[in-house]
Design a binder for this molecule. Structure first.
Ligand code: SF4
Length: 211
């Protein structure tokens, strides 16, 4: 796990305990917290997982905000600290909610790991330098759980869904790997071959007594 610990940012507080949190999870927070800003502690490159959703990954940034209740304790600093995931995107806000779903999945992982409720997080877009708070309401949580279920269905099926070229592809970081234009052309080529084979079979002379 890459840990960003800039030399001008003191390695500060580490997670101590929460009755519902696993010691291993708290230890990983201890390693990842690398900076502080007032009542905010900042962890970078934190490994996340949810056994319930079957998801794992690395969070860009998880802030820990001082809270009156509903947080975890951190070493060498008093009070409770509520996790607040922040996802960084190079581009601009998208028309769909895929970025909100991604940061909500991070919150669900953290809730499971640390045994705390996380009502909000944020998205930061590099192209516009804007940061938006995201409320993890029931609708977004439902959408996120549905996306995780759908992901596992696709993995079980062993089939990669065909890429569909859409305007959002222009802002997608996977564009160079996914190549949706190529996928569309190969799909067209397959359709052409399928119809050509069907046509040649239907044009072929029938054997006497054949079907
Ligand atoms: S480039 Fe591929 S992965 Fe990215 S939005 Fe388009 S189809 Fe989806």
């Amino acid at each position: 796990m890459a840990i960003n610990n800039p030399t001008n940012a003191p390695a500060v507080s580490a997670a101590r305990w929460n009755p519902k949190a696993s010691p291993r999870c708290l230890g990983s927070i201890e390693s990842a917290i690398s900076a502080s800003r007032g009542d905010v502690r900042i962890a970078r490159g934190l490994a996340l997982r949810s056994l319930r959703l079957g998801l794992s990954g690395i969070a860009d940034v998880v802030e820990f905000h001082r809270a009156n209740e509903g947080g975890i304790q951190l070493v060498d600093v008093r009070g409770l600290w509520r996790p607040f995931p922040v996802e960084y995107k190079r581009g601009r806000p998208k028309r769909d909610r895929c970025d909100e779903v991604q940061v909500c999945a991070q919150a669900i992982c953290l809730e499971e790991m640390l045994g705390v409720d996380i009502p909000e997080g944020a998205l930061f877009y590099g192209a516009t330098h804007h940061r938006f708070d995201v409320s993890f309401d029931a609708a977004l949580r439902g959408e996120t759980e549905h996306a995780a279920l759908r992901l596992h269905e696709l993995i079980r099926s062993g089939k990669t869904p065909s890429a569909v070229r859409e305007p959002k592809c222009d802002r997608c970081s996977l564009m160079d790997i996914c190549m949706p234009e190529v996928a569309a052309k190969s799909h067209s080529a397959k359709s052409y071959l399928d119809s050509a084979i069907k046509k040649s079979l239907s044009d072929a002379p029938q054997k006497p007594g054949g079907p």
